[in-house]
Design a protein around this ligand. Structure first.
Ligand SMILES: Nc1ncnc2c1ncn2[C@@H]1O[C@H](COP(=O)(O)OP(=O)(O)OP(=O)(O)O)[C@@H](O)[C@H]1O
Ligand code: SF4
Ligand SMILES: [Mg+2]
Length: 358
Protein backbone atom coordinates (compact mmCIF):
# COMPACT_ATOMS: atom_id res chain seq x y z
CA UNK A 1 0.00 0.00 0.00
CA UNK A 2 2.89 2.29 0.84
CA UNK A 3 4.04 2.37 -2.81
CA UNK A 4 0.60 3.31 -4.15
CA UNK A 5 -0.58 6.88 -4.59
CA UNK A 6 -4.09 7.53 -3.37
CA UNK A 7 -5.39 7.53 -6.91
CA UNK A 8 -3.81 4.17 -7.71
CA UNK A 9 -5.20 2.83 -4.50
CA UNK A 10 -8.73 4.08 -5.22
CA UNK A 11 -8.56 2.80 -8.77
CA UNK A 12 -7.29 -0.58 -7.69
CA UNK A 13 -10.16 -0.92 -5.26
CA UNK A 14 -12.69 0.59 -7.66
CA UNK A 15 -13.96 2.76 -4.81
CA UNK A 16 -17.53 3.98 -5.03
CA UNK A 17 -19.07 6.72 -2.88
CA UNK A 18 -20.53 5.75 0.51
CA UNK A 19 -24.24 4.99 0.58
CA UNK A 20 -27.03 6.78 2.43
CA UNK A 21 -29.37 4.27 4.03
CA UNK A 22 -32.85 5.27 5.10
CA UNK A 23 -35.05 2.68 6.78
CA UNK A 24 -38.70 3.62 7.22
CA UNK A 25 -41.24 1.63 9.20
CA UNK A 26 -39.46 -1.71 8.74
CA UNK A 27 -41.54 -4.63 9.96
CA UNK A 28 -40.52 -8.29 9.74
CA UNK A 29 -42.95 -11.07 10.57
CA UNK A 30 -41.62 -14.64 10.55
CA UNK A 31 -44.01 -17.46 9.78
CA UNK A 32 -43.74 -20.02 12.56
CA UNK A 33 -45.69 -23.15 13.46
CA UNK A 34 -47.12 -21.29 16.44
CA UNK A 35 -48.25 -18.32 14.35
CA UNK A 36 -46.86 -14.99 13.05
CA UNK A 37 -43.81 -13.83 15.00
CA UNK A 38 -43.19 -10.09 14.79
CA UNK A 39 -39.41 -9.96 15.18
CA UNK A 40 -39.09 -6.34 13.97
CA UNK A 41 -41.95 -3.96 14.64
CA UNK A 42 -41.94 -0.80 12.55
CA UNK A 43 -38.46 0.65 13.03
CA UNK A 44 -36.97 3.70 11.29
CA UNK A 45 -33.41 4.96 11.19
CA UNK A 46 -30.84 6.51 8.92
CA UNK A 47 -27.15 5.99 8.23
CA UNK A 48 -25.49 9.12 6.88
CA UNK A 49 -22.84 8.51 4.19
CA UNK A 50 -19.48 7.64 5.71
CA UNK A 51 -20.73 7.21 9.29
CA UNK A 52 -21.14 4.21 11.60
CA UNK A 53 -24.43 3.35 13.29
CA UNK A 54 -24.35 0.91 16.21
CA UNK A 55 -27.38 -1.36 16.48
CA UNK A 56 -27.38 -2.64 20.03
CA UNK A 57 -29.62 -4.75 22.24
CA UNK A 58 -29.71 -8.10 24.02
CA UNK A 59 -29.83 -11.48 22.32
CA UNK A 60 -33.10 -12.07 20.45
CA UNK A 61 -34.18 -8.41 20.18
CA UNK A 62 -34.11 -8.55 16.36
CA UNK A 63 -30.72 -7.11 15.34
CA UNK A 64 -29.77 -9.84 12.86
CA UNK A 65 -33.30 -9.86 11.50
CA UNK A 66 -32.88 -6.17 10.60
CA UNK A 67 -29.56 -6.92 8.89
CA UNK A 68 -31.05 -9.84 6.96
CA UNK A 69 -33.99 -7.67 5.92
CA UNK A 70 -31.56 -5.05 4.59
CA UNK A 71 -29.92 -7.77 2.47
CA UNK A 72 -33.29 -9.41 1.72
CA UNK A 73 -31.88 -12.68 3.00
CA UNK A 74 -34.91 -13.72 5.07
CA UNK A 75 -36.53 -17.16 4.72
CA UNK A 76 -39.35 -17.62 2.18
CA UNK A 77 -42.72 -16.89 3.68
CA UNK A 78 -41.41 -14.07 5.89
CA UNK A 79 -43.46 -10.88 5.62
CA UNK A 80 -41.46 -7.65 5.23
CA UNK A 81 -43.06 -4.22 5.24
CA UNK A 82 -41.69 -0.68 5.09
CA UNK A 83 -39.00 0.90 2.97
CA UNK A 84 -35.23 0.33 2.81
CA UNK A 85 -33.79 3.13 0.70
CA UNK A 86 -30.21 2.89 -0.55
CA UNK A 87 -29.44 6.30 -2.00
CA UNK A 88 -33.17 6.66 -2.57
CA UNK A 89 -33.70 3.24 -4.25
CA UNK A 90 -36.12 0.99 -2.36
CA UNK A 91 -34.52 -2.41 -1.91
CA UNK A 92 -37.78 -3.97 -0.76
CA UNK A 93 -39.57 -2.94 -3.95
CA UNK A 94 -36.93 -4.34 -6.34
CA UNK A 95 -37.42 -7.45 -8.47
CA UNK A 96 -34.88 -10.26 -8.13
CA UNK A 97 -32.70 -9.13 -11.05
CA UNK A 98 -32.37 -5.54 -9.86
CA UNK A 99 -31.77 -6.81 -6.35
CA UNK A 100 -28.91 -9.08 -7.47
CA UNK A 101 -27.21 -6.11 -9.16
CA UNK A 102 -27.53 -3.87 -6.13
CA UNK A 103 -27.06 -6.34 -3.30
CA UNK A 104 -23.37 -7.18 -3.13
CA UNK A 105 -22.34 -4.12 -5.10
CA UNK A 106 -23.88 -1.67 -2.67
CA UNK A 107 -24.15 -3.63 0.57
CA UNK A 108 -21.62 -6.07 2.04
CA UNK A 109 -22.19 -8.35 4.99
CA UNK A 110 -19.70 -9.56 7.60
CA UNK A 111 -21.59 -12.03 9.81
CA UNK A 112 -21.35 -13.75 13.17
CA UNK A 113 -20.58 -17.05 11.44
CA UNK A 114 -17.94 -15.61 9.14
CA UNK A 115 -15.87 -18.76 9.56
CA UNK A 116 -18.37 -20.60 7.38
CA UNK A 117 -18.18 -18.01 4.63
CA UNK A 118 -15.03 -19.52 3.07
CA UNK A 119 -15.02 -22.61 0.87
CA UNK A 120 -12.51 -25.05 2.42
CA UNK A 121 -11.38 -26.57 -0.91
CA UNK A 122 -10.61 -23.38 -2.85
CA UNK A 123 -7.57 -21.18 -2.28
CA UNK A 124 -8.55 -17.98 -0.48
CA UNK A 125 -7.19 -15.74 -3.27
CA UNK A 126 -9.19 -17.62 -5.90
CA UNK A 127 -12.35 -17.19 -3.84
CA UNK A 128 -11.87 -13.43 -3.65
CA UNK A 129 -11.04 -13.21 -7.36
CA UNK A 130 -14.11 -15.29 -8.24
CA UNK A 131 -16.33 -13.09 -6.11
CA UNK A 132 -15.01 -9.93 -7.81
CA UNK A 133 -15.32 -11.39 -11.31
CA UNK A 134 -18.84 -12.67 -10.66
CA UNK A 135 -19.96 -9.06 -10.21
CA UNK A 136 -17.57 -6.96 -12.28
CA UNK A 137 -16.13 -7.24 -15.78
CA UNK A 138 -12.45 -7.22 -14.81
CA UNK A 139 -9.64 -9.57 -15.84
CA UNK A 140 -8.09 -12.02 -13.44
CA UNK A 141 -4.85 -10.09 -12.99
CA UNK A 142 -6.75 -6.92 -12.01
CA UNK A 143 -8.94 -8.83 -9.58
CA UNK A 144 -5.87 -10.52 -8.08
CA UNK A 145 -4.16 -7.14 -7.60
CA UNK A 146 -7.25 -5.91 -5.77
CA UNK A 147 -7.20 -9.02 -3.58
CA UNK A 148 -3.56 -8.27 -2.71
CA UNK A 149 -4.43 -4.69 -1.76
CA UNK A 150 -7.34 -5.91 0.38
CA UNK A 151 -5.17 -8.49 2.13
CA UNK A 152 -2.67 -5.79 3.07
CA UNK A 153 -5.53 -3.62 4.28
CA UNK A 154 -6.77 -6.29 6.68
CA UNK A 155 -3.21 -6.98 7.82
CA UNK A 156 -2.46 -10.22 6.00
CA UNK A 157 0.64 -10.82 3.81
CA UNK A 158 -0.39 -10.97 0.13
CA UNK A 159 1.41 -14.28 -0.50
CA UNK A 160 -1.09 -16.03 1.79
CA UNK A 161 -3.73 -15.56 -0.90
CA UNK A 162 -2.32 -18.80 -2.32
CA UNK A 163 -3.31 -20.79 0.76
CA UNK A 164 -6.42 -22.73 1.75
CA UNK A 165 -8.68 -21.60 4.65
CA UNK A 166 -7.49 -24.44 6.94
CA UNK A 167 -3.95 -23.03 6.78
CA UNK A 168 -5.25 -19.85 8.49
CA UNK A 169 -5.79 -19.31 12.23
CA UNK A 170 -9.27 -18.21 13.38
CA UNK A 171 -8.28 -14.53 13.48
CA UNK A 172 -6.68 -14.72 10.04
CA UNK A 173 -9.76 -16.39 8.59
CA UNK A 174 -11.90 -13.60 9.98
CA UNK A 175 -9.58 -11.07 8.33
CA UNK A 176 -9.82 -12.97 5.03
CA UNK A 177 -13.61 -12.89 5.28
CA UNK A 178 -13.49 -9.14 5.85
CA UNK A 179 -11.25 -8.77 2.77
CA UNK A 180 -13.79 -10.82 0.84
CA UNK A 181 -16.67 -8.65 2.07
CA UNK A 182 -14.75 -5.55 1.01
CA UNK A 183 -13.87 -6.95 -2.40
CA UNK A 184 -16.84 -5.40 -4.21
CA UNK A 185 -16.39 -2.04 -2.52
CA UNK A 186 -19.95 -1.80 -1.38
CA UNK A 187 -20.81 1.64 -0.06
CA UNK A 188 -22.53 0.15 3.01
CA UNK A 189 -20.94 -2.45 5.32
CA UNK A 190 -23.12 -4.49 7.64
CA UNK A 191 -21.03 -6.05 10.40
CA UNK A 192 -23.15 -8.43 12.50
CA UNK A 193 -21.20 -9.24 15.69
CA UNK A 194 -18.05 -9.51 13.55
CA UNK A 195 -15.77 -10.41 16.46
CA UNK A 196 -17.99 -12.52 18.71
CA UNK A 197 -16.29 -15.82 17.87
CA UNK A 198 -12.80 -14.51 18.72
CA UNK A 199 -10.82 -14.13 21.95
CA UNK A 200 -10.81 -10.62 23.52
CA UNK A 201 -7.38 -9.57 22.24
CA UNK A 202 -8.21 -10.68 18.73
CA UNK A 203 -11.60 -8.97 19.04
CA UNK A 204 -9.89 -5.66 19.73
CA UNK A 205 -7.45 -6.07 16.87
CA UNK A 206 -10.10 -7.03 14.32
CA UNK A 207 -12.50 -4.34 15.48
CA UNK A 208 -9.92 -1.57 15.21
CA UNK A 209 -8.93 -2.94 11.82
CA UNK A 210 -12.54 -2.80 10.61
CA UNK A 211 -12.95 0.71 11.95
CA UNK A 212 -9.64 1.81 10.37
CA UNK A 213 -10.74 0.48 7.01
CA UNK A 214 -14.17 2.10 7.31
CA UNK A 215 -12.53 5.47 7.94
CA UNK A 216 -9.85 5.05 5.28
CA UNK A 217 -12.30 3.96 2.60
CA UNK A 218 -15.02 6.28 3.90
CA UNK A 219 -17.72 3.58 3.95
CA UNK A 220 -21.10 3.77 5.67
CA UNK A 221 -21.50 1.03 8.26
CA UNK A 222 -23.88 -0.64 10.69
CA UNK A 223 -22.17 -2.39 13.57
CA UNK A 224 -24.47 -4.90 15.25
CA UNK A 225 -23.51 -5.87 18.77
CA UNK A 226 -24.87 -6.57 22.24
CA UNK A 227 -21.81 -4.81 23.71
CA UNK A 228 -22.43 -1.14 24.40
CA UNK A 229 -18.68 -0.66 24.98
CA UNK A 230 -17.99 -1.53 21.34
CA UNK A 231 -20.57 1.03 20.29
CA UNK A 232 -18.96 3.70 22.46
CA UNK A 233 -15.59 3.08 20.84
CA UNK A 234 -16.60 2.60 17.24
CA UNK A 235 -19.85 4.33 16.34
CA UNK A 236 -21.08 7.83 15.53
CA UNK A 237 -24.78 7.10 16.06
CA UNK A 238 -26.57 4.40 18.00
CA UNK A 239 -29.99 2.76 17.88
CA UNK A 240 -30.97 0.67 20.90
CA UNK A 241 -33.41 -2.17 20.18
CA UNK A 242 -35.74 -3.88 22.60
CA UNK A 243 -38.19 -6.64 21.60
CA UNK A 244 -38.25 -5.69 17.91
CA UNK A 245 -38.50 -1.94 18.43
CA UNK A 246 -36.02 0.94 18.59
CA UNK A 247 -36.47 2.42 22.04
CA UNK A 248 -33.72 5.04 21.90
CA UNK A 249 -31.51 6.50 19.19
CA UNK A 250 -29.19 9.42 18.60
CA UNK A 251 -25.53 10.44 18.57
CA UNK A 252 -23.35 8.09 20.64
CA UNK A 253 -22.00 10.98 22.71
CA UNK A 254 -25.59 11.87 23.74
CA UNK A 255 -27.24 8.47 24.13
CA UNK A 256 -24.44 6.77 26.03
CA UNK A 257 -23.59 9.71 28.25
CA UNK A 258 -27.15 10.79 28.99
CA UNK A 259 -29.41 7.84 28.22
CA UNK A 260 -33.10 8.73 28.45
CA UNK A 261 -34.67 5.27 28.38
CA UNK A 262 -34.52 2.98 31.43
CA UNK A 263 -33.51 0.03 29.23
CA UNK A 264 -30.50 1.92 27.84
CA UNK A 265 -29.61 2.88 31.42
CA UNK A 266 -29.79 -0.79 32.43
CA UNK A 267 -27.79 -1.93 29.40
CA UNK A 268 -25.16 0.60 30.30
CA UNK A 269 -24.82 -0.91 33.76
CA UNK A 270 -24.35 -4.36 32.27
CA UNK A 271 -21.25 -3.10 30.40
CA UNK A 272 -19.74 -0.55 32.81
CA UNK A 273 -16.96 1.69 31.58
CA UNK A 274 -13.48 1.42 33.05
CA UNK A 275 -13.26 3.60 36.19
CA UNK A 276 -11.23 6.82 36.14
CA UNK A 277 -8.16 6.89 38.38
CA UNK A 278 -9.14 6.97 42.05
CA UNK A 279 -12.77 6.19 41.22
CA UNK A 280 -14.49 3.04 42.46
CA UNK A 281 -15.39 0.47 39.82
CA UNK A 282 -19.11 0.83 39.06
CA UNK A 283 -21.11 -2.26 39.99
CA UNK A 284 -22.12 -4.62 37.22
CA UNK A 285 -25.90 -4.83 37.36
CA UNK A 286 -27.97 -6.95 35.05
CA UNK A 287 -31.62 -6.42 34.20
CA UNK A 288 -33.61 -9.33 35.58
CA UNK A 289 -36.11 -11.15 33.39
CA UNK A 290 -36.23 -11.67 29.64
CA UNK A 291 -37.77 -10.37 26.43
CA UNK A 292 -41.57 -10.63 26.08
CA UNK A 293 -43.07 -13.27 23.81
CA UNK A 294 -43.51 -11.66 20.41
CA UNK A 295 -46.07 -14.23 19.27
CA UNK A 296 -48.38 -12.25 21.49
CA UNK A 297 -46.72 -8.94 22.43
CA UNK A 298 -47.96 -7.33 25.66
CA UNK A 299 -49.89 -4.04 25.39
CA UNK A 300 -48.24 -0.79 26.47
CA UNK A 301 -44.48 -0.47 26.88
CA UNK A 302 -42.73 -3.74 26.10
CA UNK A 303 -40.13 -3.05 28.76
CA UNK A 304 -42.70 -2.53 31.53
CA UNK A 305 -42.42 -6.04 33.07
CA UNK A 306 -38.70 -5.40 33.71
CA UNK A 307 -38.68 -1.64 34.23
CA UNK A 308 -38.12 -0.43 37.81
CA UNK A 309 -39.93 2.83 36.98
CA UNK A 310 -43.05 1.37 35.35
CA UNK A 311 -46.47 2.73 36.31
CA UNK A 312 -49.99 1.57 35.49
CA UNK A 313 -49.97 3.88 32.45
CA UNK A 314 -46.92 2.03 31.04
CA UNK A 315 -48.81 -1.25 31.01
CA UNK A 316 -51.65 0.05 28.84
CA UNK A 317 -50.30 2.95 26.77
CA UNK A 318 -47.53 2.40 24.22
CA UNK A 319 -44.87 5.12 24.49
CA UNK A 320 -44.03 6.58 21.07
CA UNK A 321 -40.43 7.26 20.05
CA UNK A 322 -40.16 11.02 20.69
CA UNK A 323 -37.41 13.46 19.86
CA UNK A 324 -36.21 14.99 23.13
CA UNK A 325 -33.21 16.88 21.86
CA UNK A 326 -32.12 17.44 18.27
CA UNK A 327 -31.43 13.96 16.85
CA UNK A 328 -31.94 12.17 20.20
CA UNK A 329 -35.19 10.22 20.64
CA UNK A 330 -36.50 7.82 23.26
CA UNK A 331 -39.70 5.81 23.69
CA UNK A 332 -40.53 6.29 27.37
CA UNK A 333 -43.50 8.14 28.87
CA UNK A 334 -41.21 9.53 31.53
CA UNK A 335 -38.09 10.40 29.50
CA UNK A 336 -38.14 13.88 31.08
CA UNK A 337 -37.30 12.20 34.40
CA UNK A 338 -34.20 10.57 32.92
CA UNK A 339 -31.81 12.35 35.25
CA UNK A 340 -33.50 10.68 38.26
CA UNK A 341 -33.57 7.34 36.42
CA UNK A 342 -29.85 7.55 35.67
CA UNK A 343 -29.05 8.26 39.32
CA UNK A 344 -31.33 5.53 40.64
CA UNK A 345 -30.21 3.14 37.89
CA UNK A 346 -26.71 3.07 39.38
CA UNK A 347 -28.03 1.43 42.55
CA UNK A 348 -28.26 -2.36 42.49
CA UNK A 349 -31.38 -2.22 44.70
CA UNK A 350 -33.27 -0.32 41.98
CA UNK A 351 -33.09 -3.37 39.73
CA UNK A 352 -33.25 -5.90 42.59
CA UNK A 353 -36.77 -4.76 43.54
CA UNK A 354 -37.92 -5.69 40.08
CA UNK A 355 -36.12 -9.01 40.31
CA UNK A 356 -37.97 -9.87 43.49
CA UNK A 357 -41.27 -8.84 41.90
CA UNK A 358 -40.63 -10.83 38.70
N1 LIG B 1 -36.23 -17.86 10.72
C1 LIG B 1 -36.85 -17.56 11.86
N2 LIG B 1 -38.10 -18.00 12.12
C2 LIG B 1 -38.74 -17.66 13.27
N3 LIG B 1 -38.20 -16.88 14.24
C3 LIG B 1 -36.96 -16.43 14.04
C4 LIG B 1 -36.21 -16.73 12.84
N4 LIG B 1 -35.00 -16.13 12.94
C5 LIG B 1 -34.99 -15.47 14.12
N5 LIG B 1 -36.17 -15.65 14.77
C6 LIG B 1 -36.55 -15.08 16.10
O1 LIG B 1 -36.59 -13.67 15.95
C7 LIG B 1 -36.09 -13.03 17.12
C8 LIG B 1 -34.98 -12.10 16.73
O2 LIG B 1 -33.88 -12.89 16.29
P1 LIG B 1 -32.52 -12.22 15.80
O3 LIG B 1 -31.64 -13.31 15.34
O4 LIG B 1 -32.83 -11.14 14.85
O5 LIG B 1 -31.98 -11.60 17.16
P2 LIG B 1 -30.57 -10.91 17.51
O6 LIG B 1 -30.89 -9.63 18.18
O7 LIG B 1 -29.71 -10.88 16.30
O8 LIG B 1 -29.97 -11.92 18.60
P3 LIG B 1 -28.44 -12.36 18.86
O9 LIG B 1 -27.82 -11.24 19.65
O10 LIG B 1 -28.58 -13.60 19.68
O11 LIG B 1 -27.78 -12.59 17.54
C9 LIG B 1 -35.67 -14.15 18.07
O12 LIG B 1 -36.71 -14.39 18.98
C10 LIG B 1 -35.50 -15.35 17.15
O13 LIG B 1 -35.77 -16.55 17.84
S1 SF4 C 1 -42.61 3.84 29.47
FE1 SF4 C 1 -42.73 3.16 31.59
S2 SF4 C 1 -42.17 0.96 31.54
FE2 SF4 C 1 -41.53 1.87 29.61
S3 SF4 C 1 -39.44 2.42 29.94
FE3 SF4 C 1 -40.61 4.25 30.43
S4 SF4 C 1 -41.02 4.11 32.62
FE4 SF4 C 1 -40.31 2.09 31.97
MG1 LIG D 1 -27.90 -11.76 15.83
Amino acid sequence: MADATETDFDRRLNLKPPVRLTVEGLRVIYRTRRGPFQAVDGISFEVEPGTVLGLVGESGCGKSTVVKALMRLLPDGTRIEGRVLLDGQDLLAMDKRALRRVRWNKVALITQSAMNALDPVIRVGDQIVESIRAHEAVDRATAWRRAETLFRLVGLPAHRLNEFPHQFSGGMRQRAVIAMALSLNAGLLLADEPTTALDPIMQDQIMSRIRGIQELLHRSMILVTHDIGLVAENCDMVAVMYAGQIIEKGPVAEVLVKPRHPYTIGLHNAFPRMPEEGEARPPLISIAGGLPNLLNPPPGCRFAPRCPFATERCRVETPPLRELEPGHSAACHYAERAEDFRRLGLLPETWAVKEAAA
